[in-house]
Design a protein around this ligand. Structure first.
Ligand SMILES: NC(=O)c1ccc[n+]([C@@H]2O[C@H](COP(=O)([O-])OP(=O)(O)OC[C@H]3O[C@@H](n4cnc5c(N)ncnc54)[C@H](O)[C@@H]3O)[C@@H](O)[C@H]2O)c1
Length: 363
């Protein structure tokens, strides 16, 4: 079991990673005392595979474990499901010290995090990430939120959890496609911070993800958690270095919107967004190619075809990005590998060229 302390201004907490560690971690880090009641928000697929285990484990800490199943998919990150979850908690007598456990990928995590942030102005939140992406990225750092029809993650709050328990046992049931989604964020850490990650990520070329060496996998997840924790500790509210974690994301979010948050996953969009950001870096005069990212392309199986998205749409959706502070678009570019920089780009043709490169990759 590896444990890493995440220190932010608003909260310090442990992020723990290991195989079959849920019960042990809960005993160690949550509390010895029995709670009057506990709430669990759980992704529907996670519930199907691991629901009994989750509930039985939580019953060690309370006689009343109440759970709500969240339908899988990005559309659950919505006002509708936020309202549903909030009503579930309030109508079942949630109090300010009642812990909320959130078990699932980034979708359930982002939604559940925002529920925890907003109910009674904040209740204790414990993330149990169950996708690779959520383990290496979304469960750490306190970004919570839901989507609005005008764009992604437009409603939300910074709200740190009390603990993150990344038990790789959950990954046993993770579909192939979801492993690759997690890979995108792992490659992002390689690009912006740590070249060694590219060596570690090479295990993904084996394609048989379920038989990945557990120790190697846990070490890789731990490395990513450490990077994210370091960046978040420096800049919890994204006024500086935290923006580097958005490498590829301005392109990715616009592409996701162009696909109605439906035919492309966040991880797939991030992968393509990074290729676009590398192209734009090159067009802006930094001498860089996609050499460390491109080799992974055969692992991605895109369900959307190039003719199904319009370059113009993607360009205009970028202007809805919430990180935009003036009339120009800002991008995280790479001056060199592991040397990210935030740049305002005003050359529309350069941006369009990068978008077109992203679209061609869908073939
Ligand atoms: N808050 C942040 O800092 C942050 C960072 C990165 C991404 N995100 C958000 O995360 C979301 C993407 O997260 P994701 O890729 O985890 O997607 P997801 O939550 O949609 O999960 C992907 C799929 O895997 C299934 N699943 C989850 N765990 C499983 C398991 N153990 N076994 C079987 N199936 C399982 C889910 O039902 C779903 O079908 C996006 O909304 C993105 O915006 C947030």
């Amino acid at each position: 079991m590896h444990s890493h302390e995440v220190n932010t201004q608003s909260q310090s907490y442990h992020a723990i990673v290991g195989f079959d560690i849920l019960k042990e971690s809960l005993y160690k880090f949550i509390s010895g005392t029995k709670h009057d009641k506990l709430f669990l928000l759980v992704d529907e697929n996670v519930f199907q595979h691991h629901g009994d285990n989750l509930i039985q484990t939580l019953q060690n800490f309370s006689d009343h474990v109440l759970h709500l199943i969240i339908p899988e998919g990005e559309s659950s990150k919505s006002v509708k499901f936020w309202e549903k979850a909030v009503s579930f908690l309030l109508s079942n007598g949630v109090r300010r010290n009642t812990p909320l456990f959130v078990a699932g990928g980034g979708v359930t995590g982002d939604l559940g995090g925002f529920v925890a942030a907003s109910v009674l102005r904040g209740i204790p939140l414990i993330h149990i990430p169950t996708t690779l992406l959520a383990m290496v990225d979304s469960s750490i750092g306190g970004k919570t939120g839901i989507n609005h029809q005008t764009g992604k993650n437009l409603i939300g709050a910074f709200y740190q959890p009390r603990a993150v328990i990344a038990d790789t046992r959950f990954l046993i049931s993770l579909p192939q496609r979801e492993w690759v989604n997690g890979l995108s964020e792992i490659l992002k850490y390689g690009a912006i911070r740590d070249a060694e990650i590219f060596d570690n990520a090479a295990v993904f070329f084996s394609k048989d993800y379920h038989s990945l060496d557990q120790e190697k996998l846990i070490t890789l997840i731990h490395k990513c958690i450490k990077i994210k924790a370091e960046i978040v500790a420096q800049d919890e509210f994204e006024s500086g270095v935290r923006a580097f974690l958005n490498f590829g994301h301005t392109f990715a979010h616009a592409l996701e919107k162009a696909c109605d948050f439906n035919t492309i996953s966040h991880g797939e969009a991030v992968y393509l967004g990074m290729l676009a950001a590398l192209k734009l870096s090159d067009l802006c005069g930094y001498s860089i190619t996609g050499q460390y990212i491109e080799p992974y392309k055969p692992l991605y199986q895109f369900r959307v075809k190039p003719g199904e998205v319009l370059s113009e749409d993607i360009y205009s959706y970028m202007f809805q990005d919430k990180k935009r502070t003036d009339e120009h678009l800002k991008f995280v570019l790479l001056e060199d590998w592991q040397s990210p920089v935030v740049k305002t780009v005003i050359n529309k043709e350069h941006i369009k060229e990068a978008i077109d490169l992203m679209i061609i990759q869908l073939n």
